[in-house]
Design a protein around this ligand. Structure first.
Ligand SMILES: [Zn+2]
Length: 175
């Protein structure tokens, strides 16, 4: 994996252009992928996120992780080259934030049910379905692999409400 770098990783924030790229499939689970995943778990936990996608740490690869939810019996998980399907159910609004958009939150409407197929860190095929919180996280993290952020899915009202904060992030980046 020549495209995996070994620099000190950190969470990129909007408007970093890597967050807007379509991420590339991972051909093989190598040691550098396992190292990347370890870095991602460390960073996700430092920031107390529910999930984290590889583009958010500067690697434009189709990979995301999700945090364990012991109360719901959900373990921590790694999804490599994930595919979502069977999106179904009512579009339910839910208050979402994103580690790449500090302090910005909005009500995002997503289908309640989704199935996911992916490879795990051992190279095994995983198939899961959810109509609960994991379905929400999978869809949020999957969006990152296609360069999509919550600000793209916000209602016009939320976009207006958060406009100043978004502009401030752009100004800090020198845009
Ligand atoms: Zn996010």
């Amino acid at each position: 994996m020549g495209c995996v770098t070994n620099h000190q990783r950190f969470i990129l924030t909007y408007p970093d252009p890597i967050l807007r790229m379509k991420a590339k499939a991972i051909p093989k689970v190598t040691k550098s992928i396992r190292d990347l995943v370890a870095d991602m778990f460390r960073l996700m936990r430092e920031e107390e996120g529910a999930g984290l996608a590889a583009p958010q740490v500067g690697e434009s690869l189709r990979l995301f992780i999700t945090e364990a939810r012991p109360d719901d019996g959900v373990p921590e998980r790694v999804f490599i080259n994930p595919v979502l399907s069977k999106l179904d159910g009512d579009l339910i609004p839910y208050d979402e934030g994103c580690l790449s958009l500090p302090a910005i939150r909005g009500m995002i409407r997503r289908p309640t049910f989704v199935a996911i197929d992916a490879i795990d860190l051992d190279g095994n095929v995983v198939h899961l379905e959810s109509d609960a919180f994991p379905a929400r996280v999978w869809q949020h993290e999957f969006d990152h692999l296609d360069g999509m952020l919550i600000i793209d899915r916000m209602s016009p009202i939320d976009r207006l409400r958060t406009r100043k904060m978004i502009k401030e992030l752009e100004r800090e980046a020198g845009l």
